[in-house]
Design a protein around this ligand. Sequence first.
Ligand code: SF4
Ligand code: SF4
Length: 259
Amino acid sequence: MGTKRIRENRRNFFKSTIALIGGVITYSLIKPIEVFAQAKEEESKEDTSNLPLWGMGVDIESCVGCGKCVEACKIENNVPKEPFYFRTWVEQYTVKNDGEVKIESPNGGIGGLKQSVPSKDIFKSFMVPKLCNHCSEAPCVQACPVGATFISPDGVVLVDESYCIGCSYCIQACPYGARFMNPFTKVADKCTFCYHRITKGLDPACVEVCPTDARIFGDLRDKKSDLVKFLQKNQTQLLKPHLNTHSRVFYHGISSEVK
Ligand code: SF4
Ligand code: SF4
């Protein structure tokens, strides 16, 4: 299903919701938020089993911290140039022999991060690419008061800019720091798995440019997809699994220091 179709569906959904609000307003004290919740529940009853269910794998052992993915994402998605806005970024972890953990991500990793070599002081060093985890139990979706943030039928967490009121509740609710307020559009911004590309059969830009195949994208319902093969071959973990966000970004080679 394309973005246009989703937007149309959502427009229809909101039109009918507004009509519904108009209908009930004189008869009861039902709150708009409850109407939204009801309508969304109806929407979620749609059978989506014939659609893809998109996800991503991240292989920590393969990431060399070159930052090409971050750069490609910025260009592809017109992410503001200022160094503090990212839809994806790479963190460098340095674990010292005394147990101290240093996490750095200068310019999100653009230009490349320098891996520290184990030494008298340094126990290990590794890179962790981060992005929106496309949680299936997404705190950001739950926090949005106007239904602007939603999960597409093929499992991607998106923001409908025409409904976002810029309240920032979703940004505060995201436990992964994956959202920001776009200073130009004044709406919440985040990774879309390059929805405009994946719905045309292309990989997200970060996946396409990664020189070491550290990012693997695919359909979780397709046994032949690169992602399913990656998951079959490797042990993976979710970030912050105790939060039960049931995310769809699967990390291989992650260690206990990763937050
Ligand atoms: Fe929402 Fe954050 Fe989860 Fe992405 S990682 S779906 S922005 S809560
Ligand atoms: Fe790591 Fe690949 Fe991104 Fe380079 S492009 S930083 S190897 S994930």
